[in-house]
Design a protein around this ligand. Structure first.
Ligand code: ZN
Length: 268
């Protein structure tokens, strides 16, 4: 292979630095959205979550606040499907709008169907639901497979949030033998994927890790069980670009008291 002259390499580096319109993307995650911002029933903790009363409403937003955030985003950014971002950073897609936002929703609360879905549809915004099968069909405040299938049919991207929403790292399961831990990862990563695919009749390619609990072993297993991209949260979010690795997509979790200014600070 011929070596590039140093001048050409320098020119490339400098032009990349100053490419003002290089696409930048932020990913947001939401959980529950209900009128008034207080869940009508006790929904936290759902199965899999530790019981922590101070966290009760932390992940629940007022529908009005959510709608205002969507309107702000609509005015200033393009909302793109997660798959477009993954295709772009994987080299399967040429370009993206210069500033865009990916919207994701976690877990599987009824409000995904009752509140979030219509508010997003009204604005023709795509979104991804990361659902874990153990929460589905559990009762009046959780999604049913029928509602999930209906949303999938309407174009909502339904992906995996594991099977039962556990911590995934081996250090959090000291009681497990290596074999038991392998079987545990297989169940959480592969069985969830297979079941969601069966229910939606669409491929599942992405995962959001519960509690953002991930290490290189978990990442390796995630790849091994067929996922193309993995997401976890950080307190500051991240502005993602072409060099972002698909197994390390960082999101910003919008919570009950996230202000519009805080939100603006994490957007591209
Ligand atoms: Zn979750």
């Amino acid at each position: 292979m011929r070596r590039l002259p140093l001048a050409a390499i320098l020119l490339f580096c400098v032009s990349s630095l100053f490419a003002g319109d290089a696409p930048v993307v932020s990913i947001l995650s939401y959980h529950e959205v209900v009128p008034g911002g207080v869940p009508p029933f006790k929904t936290h903790p759902p199965p899999g979550f530790p019981d922590n009363p101070t966290e009760a409403n932390r992940y629940t937003l007022d529908s009005k606040v959510f709608a205002e955030q969507l309107d702000y985003i609509a005015k200033n950014y393009e909302v793109i499907p997660l798959v477009d971002l993954v295709d772009y950073i994987s080299g399967r897609r040429e370009n993206l709008p210069s500033k865009s936002v990916v919207i994701t929703v976690d877990d599987g609360y009824l409000s995904t169907y009752k509140e979030i879905f219509p508010l997003m549809q009204k604005r023709e915004m795509p979104f991804t639901l990361f659902v874990y099968p153990q929460i589905v069909d559990l009762g009046k405040n959780y999604l049913t497979w029928q509602q999930i299938a209906e949303m999938a049919k309407a174009g909502v991207d339904i992906e995996s949030h594991t099977f039962s929403h556990p911590l995934l790292r081996a250090k959090n399961h000291p009681e497990m033998t290596p074999d038991a831990y392998g079987a545990f990862l297989k169940h959480e990563l592969l069985d969830s994927r297979n079941l969601i695919e069966e229910k939606t009749r669409k491929p599942v390619k992405f995962i959001a890790y519960p509690y953002s609990d991930v290490d290189p072993t978990v990442t390796l297993a995630t790849r091994q069980f067929g996922y193309e991209a993995a997401l976890y949260d950080s307190l500051t979010g991240a502005r993602l670009s072409r060099s972002t690795r698909p197994m390390h997509l960082v999101r910003y979790a919008v919570v009950h008291d996230t202000s519009l200014d805080q939100l603006k600070a994490v957007l591209p």
